[in-house]
Design a protein. Structure first.
Lengths: 110, 117
């Protein structure tokens, strides 16, 4: 069974700093990996999706990478802003099921 | 991108009553929808997979008679929490797959906060 872990569980950074969120998984047989953002009491908003055959995806200040051989994905956020404060979750799609990470709660301090 | 609408956003009910939560795909047809439960500061827990025109597939430990799922059309799935009790209080979220087979992206509703008194 796929196990997905996100480290750290919580992170606080000053505004303007670049940061990296980590997502580790145990089974490299994945279809794609998706990064989400969740604000308190809200649903999940899709940020980036990386197909199994891809190494990275970029959208604005966000860059997500995927290394299946090592079972890792990272979400890089450049020039962080207070509005980036939220919980970030990664989700693996094995084709049959989606497995969610435990999430990283990010606080960007003005 | 695709839009998934979930209603209501929050509901407060008395113990013993039933609550229905709706999940609609607004601009695409979703043959498969997923229902999750989320406790504070925890990740999503898959409850069941809802398939249009057939019975839902429930995850181990989820009571089928407690959490009734109906997926009668390609744009609507409903979750009914029957005879709700305080321990059912939680945040419930639905999601649907992007219909494009090469994308397989998940889109989520905005969630429903259920509080049972």
């Amino acid at each position: 069974k796929q196990e997905v872990t996100q480290i750290p569980a919580a992170l606080s950074v000053p505004e303007g700093e670049n940061l990296v969120l980590n997502c580790s998984f145990t089974d490299s047989a994945i279809y794609n990996l998706q990064w989400f953002r969740q604000d308190p009491g809200k649903g999940l908003t899709s940020l980036l999706l990386i197909q199994s055959s891809q190494r990275e995806q970029t959208s604005g200040r966000l860059n997500a990478s995927l290394d299946k051989s090592s079972g890792r994905s990272t979400l890089y956020i450049a020039a962080s802003q207070p509005g980036d404060s939220a919980t970030y979750l990664c989700a693996l799609n094995t084709g049959n099921q989606f497995y969610f990470g435990t999430g990283t709660s990010l606080t960007v301090i003005p | 991108g695709a839009v998934v609408s979930q209603h209501p956003s929050w509901v407060i009910c008395k113990s013993g009553t039933s609550v229905k939560i709706e999940c609609r795909s607004l601009d695409f047809q979703a043959t498969t929808m997923f229902w999750y439960r989320q406790f504070p500061k925890q990740s999503l827990m898959l409850m069941a997979t809802s398939n249009e025109g057939s019975k839902a597939t429930y995850e181990q430990g989820v009571e089928k008679d407690k959490f009734l799922i109906n997926h009668a059309s390609l744009t609507l799935s409903t979750l009914t929490v029957t005879s709700a009790h305080p321990e059912d209080s939680s945040f419930y979220i639905c999601s649907a797959r992007d219909p494009q087979p090469t994308n397989e992206k998940l889109f989520f509703g905005s969630g429903t906060q259920l509080s049972v008194l």
